[in-house]
Ligand binder design. Structure first.
Ligand code: PXP
Length: 251
């Protein structure tokens, strides 16, 4: 097991607050710089088709002004492909996108979307980006991601976070099984969506995971204690879960 679990901080919702007034404050690039200082290992930003939070200019500034690797979340559209190829961020994470949804409500269907995804994965990879597919924790989706040639999958943790606590063990088990399957077929495995201080521990303890991407809760929590404090606490909870699980495995 890789003991260190990377934390990618998603700054989309700093832009959501900025856009509520249409001005320049709060600035997501400033949040990215603060996240880096607080111990984030990467910055994640989703340029949505409707530009409801992150803007094209934000992506250009993130590429120019931050030292951390940028994980560019994008729908598999020609427009987003052109933007990714122009900026060449460290990583591109392909997500499903529906205009009417409030957030990315489910994973990509890499099985039915195979022929549409294949050229996008290939062109991003050929340009040197680390491509990941945001999918439901289902072996059939992992097998499709592998067949598509994506080196990384990100497992959607939304169901695990949203179900009532008594249904959580079953959802956690789906994530554990999927992460083990990813390891067995040679996919690097990430996870994210909806994680909070209360839900992160069991996910962080899954040994095959190497990265979590967390946004909405960290930005919301920053209202009460500041961004640095919310990121540091999340980092500490991830590290603790990792130490506990590696202790259990070597005992
Ligand atoms: N990973 C992916 C692929 C996402 O689309 C999102 C949400 O934009 C996240 C992680 C972060 O989710 P949350 O903001 O709920 O922490």
């Amino acid at each position: 097991m890789n003991e260190y679990l990377r934390l990618g901080v998603n700054i989309d919702h700093v832009a959501t607050i900025r856009n509520a007034r249409g001005g320049i404050h709060p600035d997501p690039v400033r949040a990215a710089i603060a996240a880096a200082a607080a111990g984030a290992d990467g910055i994640t930003a989703h340029l949505r088709e409707d530009r409801r939070h992150i803007s094209d200019e934000d992506i250009a500034r993130l590429m120019r002004d931050i030292d951390l690797p940028l994980n560019f979340e994008m729908a598999a559209t020609d427009e987003m492909l052109d933007i990714a190829l122009r900026h060449k961020p460290h990583a591109a994470c392909i997500v499903p996108e529906k205009r009417e949804e409030r957030t990315t409500e489910g994973g990509l269907d890499a099985v039915t979307g195979f022929s549409r995804l294949e050229p996008v994965v290939r062109r991003l990879s050929d340009a040197g980006m680390r491509v990941s597919l945001f999918i439901e924790p289902e072996p059939v989706q992992l097998d499709a991601a592998k067949a598509l040639g994506a080196p990384v999958v990100e497992l959607h943790t939304g169901a695990y976070c949203e179900v009532p606590p008594d249904a959580r063990p079953a959802e956690l088990s789906r994530l554990q099984t999927a992460a083990a399957h990813a390891g067995a077929v040679g996919l690097e495995c990430h996870a994210g969506h909806g994680l909070t201080f209360d839900t992160v521990g069991p996910v962080a303890a899954i040994p095959q995971l190497v990265e979590l991407n967390i946004g909405h809760f960290l930005i919301g929590e920053a209202i009460f204690g500041g961004l640095e404090s919310s990121i540091k606490r999340m980092r500490a909870l991830m590290d603790q879960a990792r130490r506990d699980t590696s202790g259990e495995r070597s005992a």
